[in-house]
Design a protein. Structure first.
Length: 135
């Protein structure tokens, strides 16, 4: 049984709670159901999916951008399919880490942050190289 006041687990024959002193007659005790195991949140997996999506589309559209530097449509495609998913993946990954998730979710979040951050750095350096006129 459990103490109704503080929630500490008690022996079935206990007359009062050793922590708070609450009597254990029928009015003050309650049996708690077995804890339901919580499902891990899918945020880590979603963040990793978005990071991989951003990485793949960034490589594809980034390579096209080298060939067609003046294309406004290509810039829109890079923004919509690479930058936005990468920023979203970073935000979701940080949210998972702040929530204190463990296991696969934490690993997925760290991988998503690293991959999306690498993609954004790649795009930033690409734009700097193109803008400087080296290529």
């Amino acid at each position: 049984m459990y103490c109704k006041h503080c929630g500490k687990e008690l022996a079935d024959e206990a007359l009062m709670c050793p922590d708070c002193g609450t009597p254990t007659d029928g009015k003050h005790t309650v049996r708690r159901p077995a804890p339901v195991s919580e499902q891990p949140s899918p945020l880590g997996a979603i963040a990793l999916f978005l990071a991989v999506f951003a990485f793949v589309t960034g490589i594809i559209f980034g390579s096209f951008f080298y060939a067609f530097t003046g294309s406004a449509i290509l810039l829109y495609m890079i923004g919509a399919t690479t930058i936005l998913p990468a920023l979203t993946a970073i935000c979701l990954g940080i949210a998972v880490l702040i929530r204190g998730e463990t296991g696969k979710d934490r690993a997925f979040a760290i991988a998503a942050i690293a991959l999306a951050g690498t993609m954004l750095l790649f795009l930033f350096l690409s734009v700097c190289i193109i803008a400087s006129g080296v290529l």
